[in-house]
Write a protein that binds this ligand. Structure first.
Ligand SMILES: *Cc1c(COP(=O)(O)O)cnc(C)c1O
Length: 374
């Protein structure tokens, strides 16, 4: 028990990036400037040349995406109960109505049949979430959206580096939102970016992130939409650029760690313990997290405490959103989305970060097996 603490996530910032941040701080221009422009160019190239704009969080990125799509009071937006609460909060933030659909027990992402069943004449958009970086069936998603004339606002917060049939998430589709929060595969300390469809949406994104302002000439300034203060700083962009340079290596290392988890758990792990492994997808997922769903006999808090005794940090992503007080007050209650409720109670995130060693994975797997065998 004398082992060092193994956290479930840890940002890894290299010395070049730290030096680049110092350069920005010494440059005389520390808010949005050349670094933001460069980061946006690089992200756009990654997304097949589609326009990309950055913001100061993934949350405000989602909110701005909803505003760009013209979604507001009277509109319904369908999303998953198993996400960070931001995904649903932004729907309320723009005055629209969140509608939840249950998840698929295997992928833990939205069940697209349940989405289709939840569509009403007031439905305007779907917000899918790619939990752990595993996309939903993108062909089915966009076929469904086209059939019902819905916008798609992809909460791809966890999916930078994920692909669908060989194409990067973000390189196709409708509005695609990423997060650069500290624990994401690529971080800018805090931040986010939105992939949009055209120049008009990009202009709108720029207005919403900075008080609705349009500048012209040397001293021209006008405001024609209500924007907020959501711009990314050059300090943050310098961190993002430094991280993004390593995205292929980051994704490859995470895939390798995930493969190691699977091989060390072994083929009979689920049968002997009742715990459910993630989908073994080495094609599309960027392996943002490695998540188990514990058997019902093992309360999650007990599991977490016993892992902590072994100096291993465990995350829980996420409790079902519809059961949080603010959502219960809007009429949501137990039993509405049974799969999401079980997963929300029993899901745990095992350690996963690029500087983890293979021995760290072995230690985590041994601890999980010991705790579940007790
Ligand atoms: C991280 C995350 C967000 C929020 O992003 P922030 O940058 O923390 O605002 C939203 N949705 C999902 C699925 C996330 O993982």
């Amino acid at each position: 028990m004398n082992q060092p603490f193994l956290p479930f996530a840890r940002p890894v910032i290299d010395e070049d990036t730290i030096a680049a941040v110092g350069d920005v701080l010494r440059s005389g221009w520390i808010t949005s400037g050349p670094k933001v422009a460069l980061f946006e160019q690089q992200l756009s190239a990654w997304c097949g040349g589609r326009p990309v704009r950055t913001f100061n969080s993934g949350t405000c990125t989602m909110e701005i995406a909803l505003r760009i799509a013209g979604i507001g009071p009277g509109d319904e937006v369908i999303t998953t109960p198993i996400s960070w609460v931001a995904t649903a909060n932004v729907i309320l933030e723009v005055g629209a109505t969140p509608v939840f659909a249950d998840i698929d027990p295997v992928t833990r992402n939205l069940d697209l049949d349940a989405v289709e069943a939840a569509i009403t004449p007031r439905t305007r958009a779907i917000i899918p979430v790619y939990l752990s970086g595993l996309p939903v069936d993108m062909n089915r998603l966009y076929a469904l959206a086209a059939r019902h004339d819905l916008r798609v606002i992809e909460d791809a917060a966890q999916a930078l580096g994920s692909t669908w049939r060989g194409r990067h998430i973000g390189a196709f589709g409708d509005l695609v939102s990423f997060s650069f929060q500290a624990n994401k595969n690529v971080t800018s300390t805090e931040g986010g970016c939105l992939v949009v469809n055209n120049a008009a949406e990009a202009t709108l994104a720029e207005k919403y992130r900075l008080q609705g302002v349009t500048r012209s000439g040397l001293d021209g300034l006008d405001v024609d939409v209500l924007g907020g203060k959501f711009n990314m700083t050059d300090v943050a962009a310098a961190v993002g650029i430094g991280q993004f340079a390593h995205i292929e290596r980051i994704t490859a290392r995470r895939k390798a760690l995930a493969r190691l988890y699977f091989s060390l758990f072994g083929g009979d792990f689920s049968v002997t313990t009742g715990a459910q492994l993630p989908v073994a997808d080495f094609e599309n997922s960027n392996w943002h997290m490695f998540q188990l769903v514990l058997p019902e006999r093992m309360p999650r808090a007990v599991f977490m405490a016993q892992m902590l005794e072994r100096q291993i940090g465990i995350g829980y992503h996420y409790p079902a959103i519809h059961l949080l007080t603010m959502y219960r007050a809007r009429g949501f209650t137990d039993g509405m989305f049974p799969v999401a409720e079980r997963v929300g109670r029993q899901i745990v995130s095992l350690p996963m970060f690029t500087t983890m060693t293979d021995a760290d994975v072995a230690r985590a797997v041994d601890a999980v097996k010991t705790v579940l065998a007790a």
